[in-house]
Design a protein around this ligand. Structure first.
Ligand code: NAG
Ligand code: NAG
Ligand code: NAG
Ligand code: NAG
Ligand code: NAG
Ligand code: NAG
Ligand code: NAG
Ligand code: NAG
Length: 852
């Protein structure tokens, strides 16, 4: 192709402008109040998005949605064990393309906080440290130990060099303004004795010696030496003070939700409480706040930590696992960020005056030299609303809330009043179909291919051993699975063979889960749970006269992620007995066990394109159900539409899944206990803790498993499932994550940002209007108004009801403004609604709509 001279000139100019833009180095320093970038104080909202927990095709959209939500910064850990697969064998492709991710952040005009660690915890397998390092002789993780320090420094240097080479530090014109060494070590420093302190100080010095030109942070590290900034991780950090008066107050982890373990309930942190915590932090002098997580994403493959961390790392974050803004959290926090930014100059350029406005009510007033004034009024009462007086005005504050007044007069936002859109999101199921290899005309009749593995020794034993070995030491985490096989001779004179009584197999294990087979038949399973990893399996078994084969499939479900000396925690079988012989109990613990690492299909990579034909699959349109140790393969079309996709595994047992060779992850629709506590409606008031607002009691912790859209081809997608214990593959569905209804509920006395005034009971110039906003997801518009009531409607999205006060024309007013629009704004004005309706009642407008 020949470029015209004009386009050459344009290209050159473009290159020059890009180059010069990228070459502008920023000077990042700090003082007691804030980070200072090129002489300017910064108040920063940061959002954690971990690059390997989504796919590159999602990155630009996630970063953009964080920006739209009011974030200035993207934060990520660096995942050592995803990058250094074996010593000096580095990987930076696909989900691990760190440079690409940082450049996407840069292109979005945002900053980046790079938390190198390289220990990260993060509910990530082994806390991010490669398993191989545990087997480098003499290594003890995270303490004053030569091999550990050697490999840690080597990897840190590697990452720093990579970032420098790409000019990604702010000092080089890049987006990275802060970098972290180690992670929450302060919790455990004592546990490591003298080595702990020495190691922490070494880590800080080692980091500083990297000369990255931007400050280093250490989170939860009270003794971080100057100039490293110690930062706070918690649900609330307003009471945090850095360890030196010249360091700014930085909150590296504000947890807007929590993670899940297989068998646990689903935690939720209410948007009102997250907003309250953030507002309190900035009220009390904070200057950098990061949501951990803003997008949690997915623990693809076997990257989940454990034991038992789910494949979903949704975290109840402002952006959900699938990449959609989570209402109302995302929108409520966006409005909060807008309100805080209106106060930025006053906040960063003055010292606050604290005034008490009541026993549990207070205001911090910031007045800068130009006279600009911003105030944060807090009601920390966790039960009662309050009416307070401030500067001759009266303010109503819901319990456990903060009102933000960027001009010290008008409330633009209150953390307890959610005015933003809410919605109902559904997983819309769709049968698997295939147009590629139709056995007949009906696309729904799928051609399955099935391969059933042998229990126990699927090939010659890897080794034999008298008694047991440590599971993790044996697999070195190359697989979840470790087979233990032994034989047991039964004399034909044994009474149980005739009297019909059952023998009991009793297995004890340090974790994490186990399935037992006798003579190739599945007998039973057991596993630890969220807090207790060890368990005991007791199951009746059938033995025959003569030789019997006992095969135990022991497995890990994600390795420990943190804790002192966590890498030494073992797993696996510790005792096996069979009870009920005429002689009593037979102890098999000291028998000779034959070991096989992994399962056959995984070993042969039969889930990958080049391994698919390594076993003889059996073709059938009726795949077996409740069949343990079974591989299922089916060629399918992508689901319709363009919404994100979850694989519905509710009728399956436990195992692993792949699409087109890509690792979806572990599935296990393990149910939480019915006897635990769940809430119908969460009371946001009062201190949050992870189990405060749980849902899903008695339900599978995780039913749907995210499959990124970019993994699908137009036709001929190969879905491979390895089922350990038995399920019904014909019930597997694709489900599209779809916003089915959008809702808004606004009140005359409730603020939302951009609107000037409300709730100022005695204010005379309270003439601004409250507005209700509705907005449909991409490419859809409001097709039906399913509910509208101006008056005193109540209830929540999906179940609104009219109150005693109701304007009968509400629907027609809203329809006229909103129908067929992709978004609309309805003002609570006299023009739209009668002024005199229900005097003495605080009127509200509730709208529920369908996007089509
Ligand atoms: C960076 O800013 C600090 C103060 O904000 C100043 O002391 C220092 O000289 C600046 N460094 C450079 C390289 O401009
Ligand atoms: C409040 O009202 C008092 C009495 O009217 C007046 O003296 C004072 O200046 C007012 N304060 C403010 C902040 O407006
Ligand atoms: C393990 O023991 C079995 C049975 O005695 C034997 O056939 C096999 O060769 C042994 N394998 C190894 C690796 O020692
Ligand atoms: C976990 O297992 C322990 C011991 O078996 C039991 O006491 C505890 O209730 C279990 N917890 C959950 C959440 O199932
Ligand atoms: C694992 O092997 C190491 C030696 O490499 C040993 O020191 C350690 O005790 C073993 N762990 C367990 C839990 O048995
Ligand atoms: C059957 O025999 C076993 C001994 O092997 C004995 O423990 C058990 O009680 C007997 N059961 C019945 C029902 O007689
Ligand atoms: C079973 O044998 C093992 C190994 O010999 C021993 O440590 C264990 O105590 C025995 N169990 C019982 C219940 O006797
Ligand atoms: C409702 O709308 C109808 C027709 O648009 C109008 O005639 C009627 O006056 C309205 N009712 C009220 C209470 O405003």
């Amino acid at each position: 192709m020949k470029l015209s001279s004009l386009s050459i000139v344009t290209t050159i100019m473009l290159l020059i402008s890009l180059q010069s833009k990228m070459a502008i180095a920023a000077n990042v320093t700090y003082d007691r109040r804030s980070l200072i970038i090129d002489g300017q104080r910064k108040l920063l909202i940061s959002a954690s998005i971990h690059y390997p927990r989504s796919v590159p095709s999602m990155w630009p959209g996630l970063v953009q949605l964080a920006k739209e939500g009011g974030a200035d910064v993207i934060e990520s850990y660096v995942f050592w064990n995803g990058h250094e697969l074996s010593p000096d064998n580095y990987y930076f492709e696909e989900r691990y393309d760190l440079v690409k991710f940082v450049k996407i952040v840069q292109q979005a005009g945002m900053y980046m906080i790079l938390r190198i660690g390289p220990f990260v915890a993060a509910e990530w397998n082994y806390g991010g440290i490669p398993v191989w390092l545990h087997y480098v002789p003499g290594t003890v993780f995270r303490t004053d130990n030569a091999p550990f320090k050697h490999y840690m420094q080597k990897f840190t240097t590697y990452i720093v060099s990579l970032m420098k080479q790409e000019n990604l530090f702010a000092s080089q014109g890049g987006p990275i303004i802060l970098s972290q060494i180690e992670n929450e070590y302060g919790y455990y420093e004592q546990a490591y004795g003298d080595g702990g302190k020495a190691y922490a100080m070494w880590a800080a010095r080692m980091a500083l010696s990297q000369n990255i030109g931007v400050p280093w942070i250490m989170c939860q590290q009270d003794d971080a030496p100057d100039p490293v900034i110690n930062t706070c991780n918690s649900f609330y950090c307003d009471q945090f003070t850095p360890n030196s008066p010249n360091k700014p107050k930085i909150w590296t982890e504000n947890w807007p939700g929590w993670f899940k373990t297989f068998g646990s309930r689903s935690p939720h942190r209410p948007a009102e409480d997250v907003a309250f915590a953030v507002a309190r932090f900035f009220q009390k002098g904070g200057s950098v706040q990061n949501y951990y997580m803003y997008h949690g994403g997915t623990n693809f493959g076997r990257t989940a930590g454990g034991p038992f961390i789910t494949t979903s790392y949704d975290y109840d974050a402002p952006i959900d696992e699938y990449g959609l803004a989570r209402p109302p959290k995302w929108g409520h926090l966006k409005e909060l960020h807008g309100a805080i930014k209106l106060c930025e100059h006053a906040l960063l350029n003055s010292n606050p005056t604290l005034l008490s406005l009541g026993p549990l009510q207070e205001v911090d007033v910031y007045t800068d030299s130009s006279g600009a004034c911003a105030a944060f009024i807090a009601n920390v009462d966790d039960k009662s609303d309050a009416v307070v007086e401030f500067r001759n005005m009266t303010y109503h504050l819901p319990a456990w809330s903060v009102s933000i007044l960027p001009d010290c007069r008008n409330v633009v936002f209150n953390t307890g009043n959610v005015g933003t859109q809410t919605s109902i999101v559904e997983m819309v199921a769709e049968d698997l179909r295939s147009s590629a290899v139709p056995p007949n005309e009906d696309l729904k009749v799928l051609q399955w291919e099935v391969y059933v593995e042998k229990a126990g020794l699927w090939a010659e034993a890897d080794f034999n051993n008298t008694g047991f070995v440590d599971h993790i030491n044996t697999t070195k985490d190359t697989t979840d699975y470790l087979w233990h096989t032994t034989s047991l001779y039964v004399d034909e004179k044994e009474a149980f063979l005739r009297n019909g009584s059952k023998l009991i197999l009793s297995v004890e294990s340090k974790g994490h889960a186990l399935h037992a087979f006798v003579n190739q038949k599945f007998q039973g399973s057991a596993s630890g749970n969220g807090s207790v990893f060890s368990f005991k399996l007791e199951t009746p078994i059938s033995l025959k006269a003569g030789m019997n084969e006992i095969a135990l499939l022991s497995m890990t479900v994600g390795l420990q992620t943190a804790g002192p000396h966590y890498e030494w925690l073992g797993a696996g079988v510790t005792s096996v007995e069979v009870q009920g012989f005429s002689s009593g109990t037979v102890n098999l613990s000291a028998s000779t066990w034959m070991y096989k690492i992994g399962v056959q299909g995984e070993h042969l990579s039969i889930y990958k394109a080049d391994g698919l034909n390594r076993v003889n699959w059996l073709s059938t349109i009726n795949p077996p159900k409740k069949q343990p140790l079974t591989w299922y393969k089916v060629v399918v079309d992508p689901p319709s539409g363009n919404e994100p996709v979850g694989l519905d595994m509710i009728q399956m047992g436990k195992g692993l899944a792949w699409l087109n060779g890509e690792e979806i992850g572990r599935y296990w629709p393990r149910k939480s206990s019915n006897f635990e506590k769940c809430v119908d409606k969460c009371d946001y008031r009062g201190k949050f803790y992870p189990d405060k607002c749980d849902t899903g009691c008695g339900e599978p912790t995780q039913r749907w498993y995210h499959i990124p859209r970019s993994w699908f081809k137009p036709i001929g997608n190969v879905l491979v499932i390895f089922e350990e214990i038995g399920g019904d593959p014909t019930q597997i569905r694709f489900s599209r994550r779809k916003t089915s209804r959008i809702c808004t509920l606004v009140s005359e006395d409730h603020p939302s940002v951009g609107v000037k005034s409300w709730g100022v009971a005695s204010s005379k110039d309270n003439n601004a209007e409250v507005t209700a906003r509705l907005s449909c997801p991409d490419n859809s518009h409001i097709s039906t108004i399913t509910f509208a009531s101006f008056g005193n409607p109540f209830g929540s999205c999906g179940s609104y009801s009219k109150g005693h006060c109701h304007y009968p024309n509400s629907s027609s007013v809203v329809e006229k403004i909103c129908l067929s629009k992709d978004q609309c704004t309805v003002q609570l004005s006299e023009e739209n609604f009668p002024k005199g309706l229900c005097p003495g009642t605080v009127r509200r407008l509730a709208v529920e709509a369908v996007c089509g």
